[in-house]
Design a protein around this ligand. Structure first.
Ligand SMILES: C[S@@+](CC[C@H](N)C(=O)[O-])C[C@H]1O[C@@H](n2cnc3c(N)ncnc32)[C@H](O)[C@@H]1O
Length: 199
């Protein structure tokens, strides 16, 4: 399918279904295929604005679960009652505050974070954001927990998958159908956080 057609198809679908952004379908598909988030989970969404992943995660976890989001930008769209958002930078994050807002360590961390600028060097900036995420996992993710994080593909991709794999029982790259028109965007999906256990 041509890029433009695919883009428009998801854009229309997001609008019709009340999602604030078309990215909603990426998390939907990741979760359908990889079963990361379940009803009742505590989910942390890093780089959550404008908020469509918050909406999707909120639906999956249901009323027994909670979703906490962090972003440089404020989420202005009204969110369901089981969603809390914080304005902040992943590099200066107060992990204790996020865990407190979630009511305990999270079962799942998701991130659709993208570097603020777009152009040459995005791959390296995106990898740096992913490494910041890996750096805070021990403080926010419970043992056995799951992760999905976006990365722009490039020469550091393999090393990043291996670094992630060393922290989890398994880690793989996965490209949802809804990402196909964004050529270099993919997700690293990892399950079974080892939290200090030897790999
Ligand atoms: C593609 S958007 C996320 C879309 C979101 N998943 C949704 O469905 O609405 C990427 C977000 O990453 C955020 N971001 C980029 N760098 C960040 C950082 N250092 N700390 C926190 N958020 C960051 C941006 O502000 C932006 O809102």
């Amino acid at each position: 399918m041509a890029r433009r057609v695919l883009h428009d198809e998801y854009f229309r679908k997001a609008k019709a279904e009340g999602y604030v952004a078309r990215s909603a379908f990426k998390l939907g598909e990741i979760n359908e295929r990889k079963r990361l988030i379940r009803a009742g989970d505590r989910v942390l969404d890093l780089g959550c604005a404008p908020g469509s992943w918050l909406q999707v995660a909120s639906e999956i976890v249901g009323t027994r679960g909670v979703v906490v989001g962090l972003d440089l930008q404020r989420v202005t769209h009204e969110m369901p009652p089981n969603v809390t958002t914080v304005v902040g930078d992943i590099d200066e994050v107060d992990a204790g505050e996020l865990v407190r807002l979630g009511g305990g360590k999270f079962g799942v961390v998701v991130s659709d974070m993208a570097p603020a600028t777009s152009g040459h060097g995005d791959h390296f900036r995106s990898v740096r954001l992913c490494r910041s995420i890996l750096g805070v996992l021990a403080d926010v993710l419970r043992p056995g927990g799951n992760l999905a994080m976006k990365v722009f593909e490039g020469e550091e991709m393999r090393a990043l998958v291996m670094e992630t794999d060393a922290l989890f029982d398994e880690a793989r790259a996965f490209k949802p159908r809804a990402s196909r028109d964004v050529s270099s965007e993919t997700y690293i999906v990892a399950k079974g956080f080892r939290a200090g256990r030897a790999s």
